[in-house]
Ligand binder design. Structure first.
Ligand code: DGY
Length: 326
């Protein structure tokens, strides 16, 4: 019997495609460190049994048509799967998997880097020193915000939200959160479940850690920003579509809120006009899971999912449920 074919859409960090080769698959690897345009993607996946996919690729009906009916698994190397039409995959019997847990700490650490970077104006300070115009210690230099004793509001209390909250206890912050269901872990940390409006209106730092869904689309829009404290900081480590980015630019310009720390963007990788000109922002290129350890574990897990499904076993971290109903 010929070996199952697995398409890999981009260059990967270590261990790369080694686990797929070790499992005996024929690997069709597009070893290019750049986005895969839809036409090339569709050509790459034609006739394959499994796909190692990234969040920058759209797994939609056109993709599934191009791949063909033999496709059995799409392993997304991300915890988020808003790039995947899960219903379409389920309808065709294609298993979708993601990479939860292994990137939780890396992403929570990055959220804290953004919180502290925005609160203490780290990019502005770095630019000042590099500019050669710094004249030494001044009592008024780049005054930031103390986070200790302030209120941290977390939208989305999943694993990443909980890990951000755990870190907040070390900074002596009061924690509030909004989530579809109460979180026992958050309760154990002393975090208070509040409605969304209260979260926005009473937090000094608002962190977005919820998945991209129709319910969370533009959850931070002009109206929500207007209810936030003028001293507030907004941090987004979830998905760019949670924020109406043009409204955020207006809010930063007008001083409606004080600062923002963003790792994700509404039209990624494009930024809306005016965002880069806002001094009071920390702008990162979607680095949440970008540690050597987390990325290696994501690759291992995605490969493990492909190996399990193509080997006739249950996926390790399934997104959809393919068990027949009835
Ligand atoms: C994810 O996993 O969803 C991140 O955004 C990328 O690591």
């Amino acid at each position: 019997m010929p070996a199952p074919i697995v398409a890999v859409t981009r260059s990967l960090p270590a261990p790369g495609v080694a686990p797929l080769l070790a499992a005996g698959f024929e690997v069709r690897h597009r070893d290019v460190d750049g986005p895969c345009p839809p036409d090339e993607l569709h050509e790459l996946v034609r006739g394959v049994d499994g796909v190692f996919a990234l969040l920058s690729e759209r797994i939609d009906e056109a993709f599934l048509d191009a791949a063909g009916p033999q496709l059995r698994v799409v392993a997304n190397m991300a915890v988020g799967f808003d790039n995947v039409d899960v219903a379409a995959c389920t309808a065709r019997g294609v298993q979708v998997t993601n990479t939860p847990d292994v990137l939780t700490d890396a992403t929570a650490d990055l959220a804290w880097a953004l919180i502290l970077g925005a609160a203490r104006r780290i990019p502005e300070a770095d630019r000042l020193v590099r500019s050669g115009t710094w004249q030494g210690w001044r009592p008024m230099d780049l005054l930031g915000l103390t986070v200790a004793g302030k209120t941290l509001g977390i939208l989305g209390m999943g694993k990443i939200g909980s890990a951000i909250a755990r870190r907040a206890t070390g900074f002596g912050m009061r924690i509030r959160y909004h989530n579809r269901t109460p979180s026992p872990e958050a309760a154990a940390l002393g975090a208070e479940l509040v409605d969304r409006a209260t979260l926005f209106a009473t937090s000094d730092v608002v962190v977005l850690a919820a998945p991209a869904t129709p319910e969370t689309h533009h959850v931070v829009d002009a109206a929500a920003l207007a209810t936030m404290r003028r001293s507030a900081i907004l941090v987004n480590v979830a998905r760019g579509t949670l924020v109406e980015e043009s409204a955020l630019v207006e809010a930063l310009r007008a001083g409606t809120i004080t600062a923002a720390g963003l790792d994700v963007y509404e039209f990624e990788p494009r930024l809306v006009d005016g965002l880069t000109a806002c001094e009071n922002t920390v702008l990162l290129p979607h680095l949440g899971s970008s540690t050597i350890e987390a990325r290696a574990a994501m690759v291992e897990l995605a490969c493990g999912n492909i190996t399990a499904v193509l080997g006739g076993r249950a996926p390790l971290t399934p997104v959809n449920d393919l068990t027949p109903r009835g």
